[in-house]
Design a protein around this ligand. Structure first.
Ligand code: IPD
Ligand code: CA
Ligand code: CA
Ligand code: CA
Length: 260
């Protein structure tokens, strides 16, 4: 649709800058927001490109981005939620696993989401009621029913974040019950991978709205179940997430509960 096209164009434009900077990492200005928490000129530039492209196409919409926070618009019913570079740590280490991700929130509901990994040219997108796609292929969450057959993704809190002890307890509860756990370093791509049936599930605490806004819609549009990491209904409000298919979701939640 026209809306998704606007989002895809903006995301691809921001990604072109990232791809250029990825090739010249030595020249990139980098600063530290906290221990282990970096931001580079590439993050800032990509956020500016997204803001300009989306605002040009839909004047008046609000814009919430990781680096500049909320820029209010005149239209109070629509807000873009964007992470210009999800996976900054990977990016700065020349690991080709990072993404540009944007969602549109309308009256508190995510109605469209796009996540793009320029290194693999994989473009994930979803629109409420219309499904979830990888490039032009329709996506569906994996069908595995048993925890022991499943591969889960998670995030390890970086140094400045709280929750390290809790994370280790959860890892301990989980790792003897599943066939594998992965930490790839981009929450937006973790969610897209679950929508694509690559990962069977994903949980993480202490993450932000812009990490998950697009991906949560991808999960529901791909037939999966979404909650916060304690089973609550509002992951964006809670700042934590658990996604899986309908069979595995309660089983993963049970392991998380056993850790708390
Ligand atoms: C981070 C990534 C990472 C997750 C962190 C996020 P950033 O985002 O999504 O996978 O574990 O919680 O902060 O800072 O690279 O945009
Ligand atoms: Ca960051
Ligand atoms: Ca992020
Ligand atoms: Ca980011």
């Amino acid at each position: 649709t026209a809306l998704v096209k606007v989002m895809i164009d903006a995301v691809r434009k921001a990604a072109r800058g990232l791809t250029r900077d990825f090739g010249e990492l030595g020249e990139l200005q980098v600063s530290r927001k906290g221990p282990g928490d970096f931001v580079s000129a590439a993050d800032l530039k990509a956020e500016q490109v997204l803001f300009e492209a989306l605002t040009a196409a839909r004047p008046g919409y609000g814009f919430l981005g990781e680096e500049r926070g909320l820029i209010e618009g005149t239209d109070k019913t629509h807000t873009w939620i964007a992470d210009p570079l999800d996976g900054t740590t990977n990016f700065l280490h020349a690991i080709p696993h990072f993404a540009v991700t944007v969602a549109l929130e309308r009256e508190g509901q995510i109605v469209a989401g796009v996540t793009y990994n320029p290194a693999t040219n994989e473009l994930y997108w979803a629109e409420r009621g219309k499904g979830c796609f990888l490039n032009d292929k329709r996506l569906r969450v994996a069908a595995r029913r048993d925890l022991i057959d499943s591969v889960l993704a998670t995030g390890i809190p970086f140094a400045a974040k709280p929750g390290h002890a809790q994370f280790l307890k959860e890892l301990h509860q989980m790792s003897t019950k599943v066939s594998g756990i992965r930490r790839f370093g981009s929450a937006a791509l973790d969610l897209a991978y679950v929508a694509a049936g690559r990962f069977d599930g994903y949980w993480e605490r202490n993450i932000n709205r812009w990490d998950m806004a697009a991906g949560l819609l991808m999960i529901t549009e791909a037939g999966g179940v979404v909650s916060d990491a304690d089973g609550g209904k509002d992951p964006m409000g809670a700042g934590s997430v658990l996604v899986a298919n309908a069979d595995l979701h309660p089983l993963v939640l049970e392991r998380l509960r056993a850790a708390s």
